[in-house]
Design a protein around this ligand. Structure first.
Ligand SMILES: *Cc1c(COP(=O)(O)O)cnc(C)c1O
Length: 368
């Protein structure tokens, strides 16, 4: 046991024979990409699963986010209020659209953007809010929508962690003007690499289609300046196969999450984000807060686990606003909560097939 490496996550995969069987038709059709049969099928199935009116598949979550922002045609150098407590892709997507991120602090209770601090950051240049449902914790979608309505701003959610999450019984992809999901290998639902934008305005579908398909609208007709961000058929088939096992995977995760929590509750100084009973979770990650009451710092715990072949991750440290490419370049409010969290957060190994003994082993190290 002690010699076995336990990584922070393990990609979900369908049974080998099932995937092989599912990709066989591609050897007859030779249709490997360009919005083929399986691309269409997955788009339909995901609309159903997520309970959203419109969805556009993409090659990965980053391009989905970049294009979701681009689809709204914001003027260059406009400001976008966002969170620094996220994967760097969120900030990259804003900056690569020639927009300026304005960093807002987050809440200690769940790590999502602090909606009470958004209004102070709004200027005449503000065009949008890009909040993140970090670890699948749901932002205050109602308060954010109120602010957006009051100041006529768009809301584009980075929902990369929130696949399958529901808030008040409604699929998370229904909030804001668009929500972006990632189907990267490490996410709760994967297509190897992949992503999608969910939205309700059909005009956005046309925009995204042009953006992801080189603006091509006919053999001799290009109507927009696009990129190439289409999902291929092998990826779509992986998604269709994985989707069949998703409910089972979620049940496994739920059980393991409860087991982990029960064991860790006995350890002084290990804390969790607050539970919100109105959220139907996806248990995508297992973040803990290593408070000052614990016997060592977060970094010491990270090292101790690593010495024992347990590979946790400091998600999200450093804050994206502190990364070399963004540091001191953009406006921000005091980021006290985000800074504190990024120094105390640790994401422990967590995946569908994680063994109970592995959880016992990890908790054992943390107790010593
Ligand atoms: C994974 C992730 C992305 C990007 O998704 P990819 O599919 O890896 O490109 C964006 N935002 C957040 C918060 C993520 O965790």
């Amino acid at each position: 046991m002690a010699n076995e490496k336990i990584l922070v996550t393990q990609s979900s995969m369908p049974p080998y024979e099932e995937y092989i069987e599912a990709i066989k038709p591609l050897w007859e059709s030779h249709w490997l990409t360009n919005m083929g049969t399986y691309h269409k099928e997955l788009e339909e199935e995901l609309k159903q699963y997520l309970g959203v009116p419109e969805l556009s598949l993409m090659v990965n979550g980053h391009m989905a986010l970049e294009m979701a922002i681009q689809a709204f045609d914001f003027p260059e150098d406009s400001e976008v209020i966002t969170t620094p407590f996220t994967f760097v892709s969120t900030t990259h997507a804003i900056v690569r659209n020639r927009l300026k991120p304005v960093f807002c602090d987050v809440k200690m209770s769940d790590g999502t953007i602090d909606e009470t601090k958004i209004e102070d950051l709004i200027t005449e240049k503000t065009v949008a809010i890009v909040p993140v449902h970090v670890y699948g914790n749901v932002c205050n979608v109602e308060a954010i929508q109120e602010i957006a309505d009051k100041y006529n701003l768009k809301v584009i959610y980075d929902a990369a962690h929130a696949f399958g999450v529901k808030y008040k019984g409604v699929g998370i992809g229904n909030y804001g003007d668009a929500s972006v999901f990632s189907f990267h290998a490490t996410k709760v639902f994967n297509t190897i690499e992949g992503g999608a934008v969910a939205f309700s305005d059909h005009k956005i579908y046309e925009k995204l289609y042009n953006l992801k398909n080189s603006g091509i609208r006919g053999e001799e007709l290009v109507v927009a300046v696009g990129a190439n961000a289409k999902m291929n058929e092998f990826a779509a088939i992986m998604g269709l196969c994985n989707l069949k096992y998703l409910n089972h995977a979620m049940e496994e995760r739920k059980m393991k999450d409860a087991y982990y929590r029960e064991k860790l509750r006995q350890i002084q100084g290990i804390q969790f984000f607050e539970d919100d009973l109105e959220i139907e979770k996806n248990h995508a990650y297992f973040p803990i807060i290593v408070s000052d009451d614990y016997s060592m710092t977060r970094d010491e715990l990270y090292d101790r686990l690593k010495e024992n072949n347990v590979f946790s991750r400091k998600y999200f440290y450093p804050l994206t606003s502190d990364q070399a490419c963004f540091r001191n370049k953009y406006k921000k409010c005091e980021l006290n909560n985000a800074r504190w969290l990024s120094k105390h957060i640790l994401v422990l190994p967590f995946y569908e097939k994680l063994e109970m003994e592995n959880i016992d082993h990890i908790v054992g190290i943390m107790k010593d």
